[in-house]
Design a binder for this molecule. Structure first.
Ligand SMILES: [Mn+2]
Length: 325
C-alpha cells in the first residue's frame, strides 16, 4: 500500500492516537512528535500515548509533554497511527486502547514489519520512520516548521547512527539538508542526545565491557548484563542500548550480542544483536520471536540467562560460519 492511502486516512479522520514501540528511542520519539505537529496544523485532535516515558536525552525537544504514558485516561479517537513499529505486540500496553472499531495505520521502515494495519505503508529503504513523515509533509504540501524539522532530524540522526549506518543514502542527506535549512543547530541537537550521560550510565557501561566475551573464532562478541549489574550501577535500564555497539566495534567482529536480564523478571532476557557485515541479524532475531533490521535487531526470550545465551550463540555461530574465509 502507498503513502496515498495514509494521506487519505489523515484527511478523512478527525481524531488520532499516535503510538510507537516500547523502549522508545530517537526515531520513535521524533516521528511521533512530527506526525502530531502535522495533524495539529490541520486542526485534528491528537493523542500521543506510549507504553514507556520518553527517554531523558530526548526531553530537550519541544512538546515532549504532549506524549503520555498514562494508559488509564479515556481517549476517544477514530484512527491509530502506529509508527516505527514492526508488530502490534511491540506497542505494549497501548494495544488495549485500540479497540476493534478503530482504523489502524501502520507506518514503518522495519524489514520485519508484520503488516498488521488496515493501512500498511512499509518502506524498508527509508532510513527511519521520521524520514517517512517528511515524505508525508512533502506529498501533502504541508509546510515544515523549525520544530517539526527538529523532530525529523532527530529521528534520522539517531536511526542512521549519525549517518554512519548503511541505511544512509544520498536522499537521506538531501532530506537532512532540507531540515537544517529551517535553522536547526546540529551541534546542539547532537550534544543533547549523545553527551548528557549520567555517571551511573558510564559506570554500567564499564562493568558491561569488563564482562565482554569472545567466541573461539574471534568474530562474535557478547556481553551479559545481569540484574545485579543494573542494580549496583543505579543506571536507567534504557541506557544500556549502546553497549552492543562497543562490542561490534572490535576488529574482526561480525556479530555482537548483548543479553540483558529484565529488572522485574530475571527470566526475561532482552537480546540485542548488531552485525557489521553480511550476517543478517534480523533473521536470527526472527527465529526467537523478534526482529528489526539486517544489522540491528532484537528479541525477548524467556528462560535462564545461561540457557538463552547458549541457544542464541549456537544460532549466531550457524549464521556467521558461511561468511568465514
Ligand atoms: Mn526506526
Amino acid at each position: 500500500m502507498s503513502i496515498k492511502k495514509v494521506i487519505e486516512a489523515i484527511r478523512e479522520n478527525n481524531s488520532f492516537l499516535i503510538t510507537s514501540h516500547v523502549n522508545m528511542e530517537g526515531d520513535s520519539v521524533g516521528s511521533q512528535l512530527a506526525m502530531a505537529k502535522l495533524l495539529e496544523g490541520m486542526k485534528k485532535k491528537v493523542y500521543i500515548v506510549d507504553n514507556d516515558p520518553i527517554p531523558v536525552n530526548y526531553l530537550f525537544l519541544p512538546k515532549t509533554k504532549d506524549a503520555s504514558n498514562d494508559l488509564t485516561l479515556k481517549r476517544d479517537f477514530d484512527a491509530a497511527l502506529v509508527l516505527d513499529c514492526p508488530s502490534l505486540k511491540r506497542i505494549g500496553k497501548v494495544r488495549d486502547l485500540i479497540t476493534e472499531d478503530k482504523l489502524i495505520v501502520n507506518i514503518d521502515h522495519h524489514v520485519s514489519n508484520e503488516r498488521f494495519g488496515d493501512i500498511d505503508w512499509v518502506k524498508p529503504f527509508a532510513s527511519s520512520a521520521g524520514e517517512m513523515i517528511w515524505y508525508i509533509y512533502k506529498e501533502m504540501r504541508r509546510k515544515l516548521t523549525k520544530e517539526a524539522a527538529m523532530y525529523i532530524y532527530t529521528a534520522i540522526l539517531t536511526d542512521t547512527g549519525s549517518f554512519t549506518y548503511d541505511n544512509t543514502r544520498p536522499n537521506t542527506h538531501e532530506i537532512a539538508s532540507d531540515l537544517l535549512s529551517y535553522g536547526l543547530d546540529p551541534a546542539w541537537i547532537a550534544m543533547n542526545i549523545y553527551e548528557r550521560r549520567s555517571v551511573p550510565e558510564i559506570k554500567l557501561l564499564g562493568s558491561a565491557l569488563t564482562a565482554l566475551k569472545m567466541n573461539e573464532a574471534g568474530d562474535v562478541a557478547y556481553i551479559e548484563v545481569t540484574q545485579e549489574m543494573l542494580r549496583s550501577s543505579g543506571a536507567d535500564i534504557s541506557k544500556t542500548e549502546n553497549v552492543v555497539n562497543y562490542a561490534r566495534s572490535i576488529d574482526k567482529v561480525e556479530v555482537a550480542v548483548v543479553f540483558k536480564e529484565h529488572l522485574a523478571d530475571k527470566n526475561l532476557i532482552m537480546v540485542s544483536f548488531r552485525s557489521k557485515g553480511e550476517v543478517d541479524v534480523n533473521e536470527i532475531a526472527s527465529l526467537f520471536g523478534g526482529g528489526g533490521h539486517k544489522r540491528a535487531a532484537g528479541c525477548t526470550v524467556t528462560g535462564e540467562l545461561s540457557d538463552v545465551r547458549g541457544k542464541i550463540l549456537d544460532k549466531v555461530e550457524e549464521f556467521v560460519k558461511p561468511h568465514r574465509a
